[in-house]
Design a protein around this ligand. Structure first.
Ligand code: C2E
Ligand code: CA
Ligand code: CA
Length: 248
């Protein structure tokens, strides 16, 4: 079904806004794919990404989403408003494919957009699984101007020794840290210190899964830069995003 789903355009890219915690303004969005089969209910990534990673189809999907995002930025860049940055998830499997870095470079050139406006999110666990190659791949993308972020930080094998040699711009704190955070002084201490470490490393921070005002306030107090979560918005279509935040 998956091959046909691409040609039939059943994969649709949704966008979840990311907000500046100080100004409360939208600073970007994360692209999250959904599958709308011709029949039946929509299918969410957790139900197909692991399968596609196992059968290799993930590269097709990730590059499809990547191209969609490039097109989106390219069509909006002529307008006055600034959609500063869109984050794209890239599976470790995709990043290990030959020619993937060249693909990304080709695609931004084809659309005439700045690579900086594309943030490539790779999970910490994907990096840890193949640290040497991954660090190299990410460095190449970073050298070509792409923004690199480490997703789900703190849930994989946090290899702090490798973190020191890695080129990345943004650290994305996994939503499991915020879950029940005010019932656990230990969790509070960990989040505070991850944020502190990121600041000392001179990288930006974003918290995902922000659901309450209390969480928002805490993150702001700890100088976290950006936030994403249901407290602000659920993932929405491209048009919903434009209507809500980027009115002409
Ligand atoms: P992720 O990268 O950690 O993405 C965040 C997930 O958390 C999204 O689920 C989002 O809808 C959800 N979320 C956002 N805010 C909140 C909140 O406040 N509370 C809660 N409980 N959840 C929130 P989604 O869209 O189902 O995506 C699941 C995962 O699938 C993503 O996790 C990402 O790892 C993967 N994924 C999605 N699209 C792609 C893609 O195009 N390529 C690849 N390789 N992976 C993708
Ligand atoms: Ca992500
Ligand atoms: Ca995440």
């Amino acid at each position: 079904m998956m091959e046909e789903a691409v040609t039939e355009k059943e994969f649709v890219v949704f966008y979840q806004p990311q907000m500046d915690l100080n100004t409360e303004e939208v600073v970007g969005a994360e692209a999250l794919v959904r599958w709308f089969p011709k029949e039946g209910p929509p299918i969410y990534p957790s139900d197909f990404i692991p399968l596609f990673e196992a059968n290799g189809f993930i590269k097709t999907l990730d590059t499809y989403v990547f191209a969609n995002v490039c097109e989106f930025i390219a069509t909006e860049k002529e307008k006055d408003h600034i959609l500063k940055r869109i984050a794209v998830n890239m599976s470790g499997v995709t990043l290990l494919e030959e020619g993937i870095v060249e693909y990304c470079i080709r695609e931004v050139r084809r659309w005439g957009i700045e690579p900086k406006g594309i943030e490539i999110e790779v999970t910490e666990s994907a990096i840890a699984e193949n640290a040497d190659v991954m660090i190299q791949q990410l460095a190449k993308l970073h050298d070509h101007g792409f923004t690199i972020s480490i997703d789900d930080f703190g849930t994989g094998v946090s290899s702090f020794s490798r973190l020191g040699e890695m080129k990345f711009d943004i650290l994305k704190i996994d939503r499991s840290f915020l879950d029940g955070i005010f019932k656990s002084d230990r969790k509070l201490a960990i989040v505070k210190h991850i944020l502190q470490m990121a600041q000392n490393l001179n990288v930006k921070t974003i918290a995902e899964g922000v659901e309450t005002e209390e969480q928002r306030r805490f993150l702001r107090q700890c100088n976290c830069d950006w936030a994403q979560g249901y407290f602000y918005d659920k993932p929405m279509t491209k048009n919903e995003l434009l209507v809500k935040y980027f009115k002409d």
